[in-house]
Unconditional design. Structure first.
Length: 202
C-alpha cells in the first residue's frame, strides 16, 4: 500500500512539474537523528555446549549531518511540490532518501509558516559495507519560509518521518573451543531532521 502511494505520488509530482511554468531549485543542510530497535540472537556451539542460545533486544539513537537538493514548482502562491534527494552520515552509517514533498505556505507576507508532507524511499549502508537496508519513509514537516526577493527564498524547518527500513547483520567467529554466531535484525523506526535551505525560483 505504501509503495503504491509512493509510485502514485512520484507520477503526480512528475506531471505537475511538466505542466508548470514556474520552477524552483533548492539545497539544504541540517542535522538528522534516527531511532533504531533491534533484536539479537547469539548462538554458541562447542563440544561442551552443542547449541547455546541467547536472545536479546534493545534500541538506540544516532545523529549526524545531512544535506539535500530538490527541484519543484509552485502551484499558485502558497503551494509547493518538489522531488528531493537527501543524504546523511549517522555514526558510520550512510543514508540516502528520495521522493516527493508538498508544502502549504500560510499567509501572504514575506515571512510565511508552512506545513507539509513527505513520502519517499530510504536506503542505508554502513561504511564497511557489512549491511544494507531499504524501505519507505513518510511523515510531515513544518517551518518558516522567508521570501528575500522574487527569485530567492530561505527555509528553516523540522521533519518527522516514520520508516519501515530494516536490515540484518550476520557475524560468525571461530575459536579453539567453539563457534559463535550472532544475528542482528534492526528496524529504523523514525527519523527527525532539522534543516536550513536556500531556494531559487526561475
Amino acid at each position: 500500500m505504501k509503495k503504491s502511494l509512493f509510485v502514485a505520488g512520484i507520477l503526480l509530482a512528475g506531471s505537475t512539474l511538466v505542466a508548470s511554468d514556474e520552477y524552483f531549485v533548492g539545497m539544504e543542510f541540517g542535522n538528522t537523528k534516527s531511532k533504531i530497535n533491534w533484536t539479537q540472537t547469539y548462538i554458541y556451539q562447542s563440544d561442551l555446549y552443542p547449541n547455546h542460545y541467547q536472545i536479546g533486544s534493545g534500541g538506540g539513537t544516532g545523529s549526524g549531518n545531512s544535506q539535500g537538493i530538490k527541484l519543484g514548482t509552485y502551484i499558485g502562491e502558497n503551494n509547493k511540490v518538489a522531488i528531493f534527494y537527501l543524504s546523511s552520515d549517522i555514526d558510520g552509517v550512510s543514508g540516502e532518501s528520495f521522493g516527493i514533498q508538498y508544502d502549504h505556505l500560510i499567509g501572504h507576507n514575506k515571512l510565511k509558516p508552512f506545513v507539509g508532507v513527505t513520502i519517499g524511499e530510504g536506503l542505508i549502508e554502513d561504511n564497511d559495507s557489512t549491511f544494507k537496508g531499504e524501505g519507505i519513509i513518510y511523515g510531515m514537516q513544518l517551518g518558516l519560509n522567508y521570501e528575500i526577493d522574487k527569485y530567492f527564498s530561505i527555509d528553516t524547518g523540522y521533519r518527522f518521518l516514520k520508516t519501515d527500513i530494516e536490515y540484518s547483520i550476520y557475524q560468525r567467529d571461530y575459536g579453539e573451543s567453539g563457534t559463535a554466531s550472532t544475528l542482528t535484525n534492526g528496524h529504523i523506526k523514525e527519523i527527525k531532521n532539522w534543516y536550513f535551505g536556500l531556494n531559487y525560483k526561475f
